[in-house]
Design a protein around this ligand. Structure first.
Ligand code: SAM
Ligand code: SF4
Length: 334
């Protein structure tokens, strides 16, 4: 008799898991200060999930009630076979929202195809509007390419486009107002993210500090009227406001200052196929091994369901001198 499975994943703290973040590569064409070391050793290709394995993983999770998948990385749009991946994901029955997080460097060529494949929501990272500073933060990136990518995304008609900016004191804190005006001028959303202590971050030997969301919000509130948004979509831990008189939403993602773990609805699959229970903890299972050892769909689904017992209640990022997380963000899929 065929096994029956729940149509909704629920963890040990009664949280419904409806959202999967799928990292499709650990590689990137940028080297953002807060995300990667300048010289990185990337995973050998054989250790990264293949397109077929990624599609099987996504299908199994949607069969277990996942309604939203965000493709991330590394930089997803430099992954070989990414068109095939999106085409397959876009056809998954049961998936309500296919989303992408990208640095925007390849959006100008790919935006229209992604929209046609069924991507509904795109987050584009943009930490500075100053080309020199942008290049310093990303160590390689060209601002202009990303701005062209943002325009291509807008022209392609995605349902939702949001800029993501990680704000660090001494790096780009003075740009929060300009970045918000930019989002307003483009009629898209913007979120400010507190830096998470995932690796060593310094610029020219200077240790950089995260800036709390409350500090940024107070500053922005002197320029814009912010109306709290009560109903939130499943995009996760962002606390959102509407900028009065516009359609632009302003979000704050605050892993330090506002613990959002009680509402956690997500799991992550790293580029090498580890199913990570929490961005801020090490608990995981080796999905790649299950995928490559001839296990049936039912066996893998059973293991996923059992693994939820080790999803921790919360992350702890409040010991800044002692970063608990040694993984770089590009490997876990930020
Ligand atoms: N390469 C794509 C990009 O930059 O959007 C997708 C992957 S990137 C790891 C996803 C998001 O994580 C980006 O918005 C990036 O700014 C953010 N990020 C990277 N390292 C971070 C850190 N240490 N703390 C907070 N956010 C971080
Ligand atoms: Fe690459 Fe994104 Fe990390 Fe920047 S934040 S290095 S673009 S993966």
């Amino acid at each position: 008799m065929a096994a029956t499975f729940p149509t909704q994943l629920i963890d040990g703290f009664d949280r419904r898991i409806s959202y999967l973040r799928l990292s499709v590569t650990d590689r990137c064409d940028f080297r953002c200060q807060y995300c990667m070391a300048e010289s990185m050793t990337f995973l050998p290709r054989g250790q990264v999930l293949t397109i077929e394995e990624l599609l099987r993983t996504a299908r199994l999770f949607t069969e277990l009630g996942v309604k939203k998948i965000r493709v991330t990385g590394g930089e997803p749009l430099i992954r070989r076979g990414v068109e095939e991946l999106f085409a397959g994901l876009g056809k998954l029955p049961g998936l309500d929202t296919l989303a992408l997080t990208t640095n925007g460097s390849h959006l100008a060529e790919q935006a229209a195809g992604l929209r046609d494949a069924g991507v509904r929501s795109v987050n584009i990272s943009l930490d500075s509007l100053n080309p020199t500073r942008f290049e310093a933060i990303t160590r390689i990136g060209k601002l202009n390419t990303v701005l062209e990518g943002i325009d291509a995304a807008i022209a392609s008609g995605f349902e939702r486009i949001r800029l993501n900016a990680v704000i660090l004191d001494g790096l780009n804190r003075d740009e929060v107002v300009a970045l918000t005006h930019f989002a307003l001028s483009k009629k898209i959303h913007i979120a400010f993210i507190e830096e998470m202590p995932l690796g060593q971050v310094n610029l020219g030997g200077k240790q950089l500090e995260y800036v709390s969301s409350d500090t940024i919000k107070s500053e922005l509130a002197t320029y814009f009227e912010l109306q709290p948004l009560v109903s939130r979509d499943s995009s996760g831990p962002s606390r959102d406001y509407l900028i009065a008189g516009s359609q632009t939403q302003l979000g704050f993602i605050s892993p330090h200052s506002h613990n959002f773990c009680a509402e956690c609805n997500r799991l992550r699959v790293s580029a090498e196929g580890r199913l990570l229970m929490c961005l801020g903890n090490e608990e995981s299972i080796d999905l790649r091994d299950l995928l490559r050892s001839g296990r049936s769909d039912d066996e893998i689904k059973s293991t996923i369901i059992e693994s939820l017992a080790i999803k921790p209640e919360r992350h702890v990022f409040d010991r800044p001198d002692e970063p608990q997380i040694v993984r770089f963000m590009n490997a876990t899929g930020g």
